[in-house]
Design a protein around this ligand. Structure first.
Ligand code: ZN
Length: 336
């Protein structure tokens, strides 16, 4: 029912509509024009018929059914009078944060690689941020048109695909989501993936570190920081997917061995995480703390030269821990 009503709206306000799947359409973008003032000739505007979400790969315009209607010029009166019920229906389709009927048991069994085929679109947001298209392809970073999220594959240490994490491009909550019910759309059962047992990119770093005498591994918080370092010539980088280090992640780092360079974000959570993760890892591995200018919130804001400099100037954890400026951090982690 929602399908038909959203489709009817699309037909009224969009041109050159093409179905790109059971629940999605592509069309000429109504919100941007080419440099010569003409409409685009090939569709780059995509819309979900179940959720009413839309995104333009060319101009990056994005939003929900309400913002769509507003932007194509529908008055508030008509919006409520004519489209009120479909807007309400589409909103109720939004994924619920927790479903009590679903089991809370983790399933990290392998998924078929073919699942990634559904996300085989280039995430243009990341290109705009300076990420290299080939690199994104190599690491299977894609785009989920149905949920408007940039997709990152989650892999176990052997490289098996175990889940998908999606980062919203339309300010939905949460910003990053490890998929659970989403797999059903592509014919795979609901699964709850244990993110804590994934150390992102460890499946690639482990084999290369295995053959090196002086292996080093750089530990960062998220996908973007990890990809930035890889692109800047530091392939042996792994991501915690947060500021906590789980026992499983610690085990993986001990398997990899070698020198750990800890390079979390510069915000308060990142700093507290540095003190905590550093203390845990330093008990069994040599750990260095990588500092970088405070006006750069995260490693993905750094260029190749800045990354190189930061790594070269890193400090041994025990030395870092004796510094006066870090005293409050050590007091913070002692309290927790
Ligand atoms: Zn557009």
């Amino acid at each position: 029912v929602i399908h038909d009503e959203v489709y009817a709206i699309a037909q009224k306000y969009l041109r050159k509509i093409k179905r790109t799947g059971p629940e999605n359409i592509m069309a000429i973008c109504p919100f941007h024009r080419k440099m010569n003032g003409q409409e685009e000739s090939t569709p780059s505007f995509t819309m979900s018929l179940t959720r009413g979400l839309y995104f333009c790969f060319a101009c990056q315009e994005r939003g929900n059914l309400t913002t769509f209607l507003k932007n194509v010029g529908v008055s508030t009166f008509i919006m409520e009078k004519v489209y009120g019920s479909v807007i309400h229906a589409v909103r109720s389709q939004a994924p619920r944060p927790k479903d009590p009927l679903r089991p809370a048991i983790f399933d990290n069994s392998p998924l078929p690689e073919s699942l990634l085929g559904f996300f085989d679109y280039c995430p243009t947001d990341l290109l705009d941020e300076g990420f290299d298209e080939e690199l994104l392809q190599k690491y299977d970073v894609g785009f989920d048109q149905a949920n408007m999220r940039i997709t990152f594959p989650l892999r176990d240490m052997s490289g098996n695909l175990v889940g998908i994490s999606g980062r919203t491009v339309i300010d939905e909550y949460p910003r990053y989501k490890v998929y659970d019910t989403e797999y059903e759309r592509w014919g795979h059962p609901y699964r709850r993936v244990n993110k804590r047992s994934v150390l992102w990119n460890a499946d690639r770093v482990y084999p290369s570190a295995f053959f090196k005498n002086n292996a080093r591994v750089v530990l960062v918080e998220g996908f973007k920081a990890c990809l930035r370092l890889i692109q800047c010539g530091v392939p042996d980088t792994v991501a915690l997917l947060g500021t906590y280090l789980s026992p499983e992640q610690r085990w993986i780092l001990e398997r990899i061995g070698g020198q750990v360079y800890l390079m979390l974000d510069n915000n308060e959570w990142g700093q507290v995480g540095t003190a905590r993760v550093g203390a845990i890892l330093a008990a069994s591995l040599p750990v260095k703390i990588v500092e970088y200018p405070e006006d750069k919130p995260q490693p993905s804001d750094l260029g190749p030269a800045e990354i190189k400099e930061a790594l070269e100037n890193s400090k041994d954890y025990y030395l870092w821990a004796t510094e006066e400026k870090n005293r409050w951090l050590l007091e913070r982690i002692r309290k927790v």
